[in-house]
Design a binder for this molecule. Structure first.
Ligand code: S3P
Length: 183
C-alpha cells in the first residue's frame, strides 16, 4: 500500500482532496461512491459514465469498435482531467488504477481506497452481467478468478487504504467517512 498521509493533512486539504474508489468489477465502486458523495455533500463522478458520455457510446461499443487499448487511453485522459478537479468522489473503472499514468494522476490530488470484497460475492453479483466486455466469455468464472488473483495485489499497491466492502453500500459509505475522519 502507498504511504497514507491522512493523519498529517489539514482539514482544509482533506476537504479538497478527491476520494477515488478502486477495486474489482462488482465491488460496489459506483453504488458506494454515490452514497458516500451524498453523505459527504460532495459531487460524484462515475468514470465509466464519464467516458461513455465523452465518447458518445457505451463501453461495450468502445471495446468492440476501437479495442481495449483505446478504452484504456480514454481512462487515462479521464483520470488526468478529473485529477484537476477538487473534492469529488470518483468511482474508477475496474482497470483504471492498474495503468500507472492513470493511477498517478488520480493519486496526485486524491486518496485511493480499495473496496475489498471476497471473490464468491463478486462472482454472485456478476453472474448475469451482460455489459462488461471482459466477462462475456463461456469460461466466465475461471477467467474472472484468474483476473481477480492477478489484480488484487496491484489494487493493494495502488491504494492508500483498504476498506472491507462486503456489507451493504450504506454501511461501507459510513465506514469510509469514519476512516477518513470526514464525519
Ligand atoms: C473494467 C471494468 C469496468 C469497465 C470496463 C473494464 C475492468 O468497470 O471500466 O468494462 O477492466 O475491470 P467496473 O469495474 O465499474 O465494472
Amino acid at each position: 500500500m502507498r504511504e497514507g498521509t491522512v493523519g498529517a493533512d489539514t482539514l482544509e486539504k482533506r476537504a479538497e482532496r478527491n476520494i477515488i474508489l478502486c477495486g474489482f468489477m462488482g465491488c460496489g465502486k459506483s453504488s458506494i461512491g454515490r452514497r458516500l458523495a451524498r453523505l459527504a455533500g460532495r459531487s460524484f463522478v462515475d468514470m465509466d459514465e464519464y467516458i461513455e458520455k465523452k465518447a458518445g457510446k457505451t463501453i461495450k461499443e468502445i471495446f468492440a469498435e476501437e479495442g481495449e487499448e483505446a478504452f484504456r487511453q480514454m481512462e487515462e485522459d479521464a483520470a488526468s482531467a478529473l485529477s484537476r478537479e477538487r473534492g469529488l468522489v470518483i468511482a474508477s473503472g475496474g482497470g483504471t488504477v492498474l495503468r500507472e499514468k492513470s493511477r498517478d494522476a488520480l493519486a496526485e490530488t486524491g486518496i485511493i481506497l480499495l473496496l475489498d470484497v471476497p471473490f464468491p460475492a463478486l462472482r454472485e453479483r456478476l453472474k448475469n452481467d451482460t455489459s462488461r466486455p471482459l466477462l462475456q466469455r463461456p469460461d466466465r468464472d475461471e477467467a474472472m478468478y484468474s483476473l481477480f488473483l492477478e489484480r488484487m495485489p496491484k489494487y493493494k499497491a495502488a491504494a492508500h487504504m483498504v476498506i472491507p466492502a462486503g456489507a451493504p453500500a450504506n454501511f461501507v459509505a459510513r465506514e469510509i467517512l469514519h476512516r477518513l475522519e470526514l464525519e
